[in-house]
Design a protein around this ligand. Structure first.
Ligand code: ACO
Length: 438
């Protein structure tokens, strides 16, 4: 018997089956059986066959990927093998995006060319401004971003040629280039400010700050510390393997829709308070707590089941989120420029008390990436509603990389889960006069 197999005995029938084990190169990356191999396990000829049941993908690999590795127990995050700590210290967001997309760090020439391409795709069609104007003055910028990125598919119809390498390149440049512009325009609209156009002399994060905050000055000059802080935050948010948003990107993209529509779906998933919307919720929570003295009472309520500690816990990390550690260092640099955000002290107190509390220890609940990012964004002058938007901008490179990987994977087909049907047996249509009130 081969030793890379699993022997399963079905106690209903007494039959044994040998199922191949599909092993990653290194055991730390996991192993799996192919769920379709279970279908042969039946109790009778007309039995549908065994499936695996995993409602929230708790232990189901939906793809093979070479992009990002997360070890939640050890608190490890690597893009293409490079530790997040090294990238956050030495790289830039655009260089990291290139790495995530193409698998290797770029040479000097390739990086220059890449940055130039992204920079020259930051402009958006003037008509996009018109439908931006159609939103209410208090429209949530994430709702605006989700809608306008989907609308880009109507401007760039070559995006439908999803298998054409030239088209793939163009949509990659456009998506990464234009997301900050859409985001900034959404913000300016909500403030009733005139749109500020991209400035090609500035870096990717510097230009975003320009489009958001430029007032009457002829040339906007970003504060270099805040510009770098934003770049580091972007590096930390660039990809995170098969999370809810990325799964939406792959799942929607598996229907072979264009990448703008798939990114809109991924951004919509990110909008939710359990995912990228959590950083906004953290700020609301800390504001509600109000002071360090309010922390024990709030934690008591959480433990009694009255709400969750936002920014705590993670499906994969059962240890300190490595991104949260880096963000804490970034916070110190930002506060030297902006002054200390008073919510930081409440946040630190929440963390201190939670990490000593049995409820959180037992459930392995640690601060995640969103716990401190909102405090920094607020100190930098971003309103709460912009927080998920600031997550979606850098995550676009991850979404596109995962989408391209999926398109190139011969094993991928349209995503179509199975279900365990629990509804009625077959029954027949009842005319209205014969129906009884429920
Ligand atoms: N506060 C209080 N209790 C929590 C929290 C929390 N933040 N998170 C999980 N728990 C508890 C649950 O109540 C549950 O307790 P029980 O076993 O007594 O019922 C246990 O911990 C396990 O929780 P699950 O919901 O099963 O964990 P899951 O892996 O499904 O959820 C999630 C992960 C959604 C991130 C969750 O921890 C959460 O809601 N956190 C708050 C929202 C948040 O910060 N989201 C951002 C995640 S990072 C990101 O998406 C970028």
């Amino acid at each position: 018997m081969a030793n890379n197999t699993l022997t399963v005995t079905d106690n209903r029938t007494g039959k044994s089956y040998e199922i191949p084990i599909f092993q990653a190169a290194n055991p730390i990356y996991g192993a799996a059986i192919r769920a379709p191999d279970l279908r042969q396990i039946k109790t009778s000829e007309d039995d549908f066959g065994l499936m695996s049941y995993d409602p929230a993908f708790m232990n189901t690999a939906s793809c093979q990927s070479r992009i990002t590795f997360v070890d939640g127990e050890k608190g490890i995050l690597r893009y293409r093998g490079y530790p997040i700590e090294e990238l956050a210290e030495k790289s830039t967001y655009l260089e990291t995006a290139y790495l995530i997309l193409y698998g290797e760090l770029p040479t000097e020439v390739r990086l220059k060319e890449w940055v130039q391409k992204i920079t020259f795709h930051t402009m958006i069609h003037e008509n996009i401004k018109k439908f931006m104007d159609g939103f209410h003055h208090d429209a949530h910028p994430m709702g605006m971003l989700v809608s306008t990125v989907a609308a880009l598919s109507t401007f760039y119809t070559d995006g439908k040629n999803i298998f054409d390498p030239q088209s793939q390149k163009m949509q990659t440049y456009r998506l990464i280039g234009k997301m900050p512009t859409l985001a900034a325009f959404a913000y300016r609209h909500s403030r009733g400010l005139p749109y500020a156009y991209p400035d090609n002399d500035l870096s990717y994060p510097g230009n975003l700050l320009n489009m958001l905050f430029k007032m009457t000055e002829v040339k906007y000059r970003p504060n270099p510390i805040l510009e770098r802080a934003l770049d580091v935050l972007f590096i930390l948010h660039a990809d995170h393997e098969q999370n809810c948003g990325t799964n939406a990107m792959r799942s929607v993209g598996s229907s072979h829709v264009d990448s703008y529509s798939a990114v809109a779906a991924a951004a919509a998933a990110l909008y939710g308070p359990l995912h990228g919307g959590a950083n906004e919720e953290v700020l609301r929570m800390l504001t509600e707590i109000g002071s360090k003295d309010g922390v024990p009472g709030f934690i008591k309520k959480v433990k009694a089941g009255e709400g969750r500690l936002m920014g705590f816990g993670h499906r994969v990390y059962k240890n300190y989120d490595p991104r949260a550690k880096i963000i804490k260092q970034v916070a110190d640099q930002v506060f030297e420029v902006t002054g200390r955000n008073p919510l930081l002290d409440i946040g630190l107190e929440v963390e201190r008390i939670a990490l000593e509390d049995d409820y959180f220890i037992k459930r392995k609940l640690y601060p995640n990436v969103d716990f401190y990012s909102g405090i920094i964004y607020q100190a930098m002058g971003f309103p709460l509603e912009m927080f998920p938007v600031l997550f979606a901008i850098p995550r676009t490179s991850g979404w596109v990389a995962q989408w391209l990987e999926m398109l190139g994977d011969p094993e991928q087909k349209i995503a179509r889960p199975r279900q365990l049907y629990l509804g009625s047996e077959e029954r027949h249509y009842v005319t209205m006069s014969e129906r009884k009130a429920a």
